[in-house]
Design a protein around this ligand. Structure first.
Ligand SMILES: C[S@@+](CC[C@H](N)C(=O)[O-])C[C@H]1O[C@@H](n2cnc3c(N)ncnc32)[C@H](O)[C@@H]1O
Length: 261
């Protein structure tokens, strides 16, 4: 891993804070808010201890808490991003969220800790993607759920061409117009270049031992939500766990792992 590269990325995000939320709204035509809300809803986080990796200005952490997560920890390695997240939560009077300065590649938590682990628009920025995903899987408790929302490669055809043009040429211009850092928004298109497509990312999650991997394409196929589950110790499916948690003795039929989000 390149320590310098990670430091550059951290500095870049810290510098983006003043215009970050505004540019997200403009670039996605306001859809990014809905995508994070759907991500939170897909996890059904009511009562869950939840980790938001690369929380940035905290929008997903806030959405998870609003949807009933018991405690959300928003982790990021960029202190200015975290300061903005904290300010937002306080301004909205939201408690039950803790902010942690830390590295996604070395999560400062024991194995099997969280009911849910999420990330939004973070994976492309990791200097070692498999290591980052392995860390997320490590801190997830058996039976716990993972959700990763990120940009993905646009479909082939006219829409794909148009979208690539939009990302390469118009987004940096837009960033310049609102007083943002144009070079950082050139980086946005570059960060997608070597990023695996949605299918390969799903295979990577499976290779880490996660199960029930699902992919949902959003925004006409330019954003992907990956959902997965960490298997429970004796190979019992989540139906088994859910019934046991409700106090009912599981039947043989419950033992088949057939959980779906
Ligand atoms: C594009 S922003 C996404 C922020 C937020 N999740 C959202 O939905 O808007 C990517 C975030 O990931 C953070 N990040 C990137 N690499 C990281 C790492 N190795 N450890 C912790 N945070 C990281 C950046 O500091 C930045 O805040």
């Amino acid at each position: 891993m390149s320590v310098n590269r990670a430091a550059e990325i951290r500095r870049m995000f810290d510098g983006l804070v003043p215009r970050y939320d505004l540019l997200n709204r403009l670039m996605s035509l306001g859809k990014d808010v809905r995508w994070r809300r759907w991500t939170a809803a897909a996890l059904a986080p009511r009562g869950a201890l939840t980790l938001d990796v690369g929380t940035g200005t905290g929008d997903l952490a806030l959405a998870l808490r609003r949807q009933g997560a018991r405690l959300v920890i928003g982790l990021d390695f960029a202190p200015q991003m975290l300061a903005e997240a904290r300010r937002k939560a306080e301004a909205r009077g939201l408690d039950g969220i803790a902010w942690a300065l830390g590295d996604a590649l070395h999560l400062p938590f024991p194995d099997d800790t969280f009911d849910c682990v999420v990330s939004a628009f973070v994976l492309r920025n990791l200097v070692d993607l498999p290591a980052g995903l392995a860390e997320m899987a490590r801190v997830l408790r058996p039976g716990g759920r993972l959700a990763c929302l990120d940009m993905t490669h646009p479909p082939e055809g006219p829409f794909g061409h148009l979208y690539r043009f939009y990302l390469r040429r118009l987004v940096p211009l837009l960033a310049g117009l609102v007083g943002g850092d144009m070079s950082a928004y050139h980086y946005l298109a570059d960060s997608l270049q070597d990023f695996p497509n949605a299918q390969t990312l799903a295979a990577l999650l499976e290779s880490l031992g996660l199960t029930d991997v699902q992919v949902r394409l959003l925004g006409g196929g330019v954003v992907a939500l990956h959902l997965a589950r960490k298997p429970s110790p004796r190979g019992h499916g989540c139906d088994y766990l859910a019934r046991r948690e409700r106090g009912r003795e599981p039947s043989g039929d419950d033992m088949r792992p057939r959980c779906r989000f």
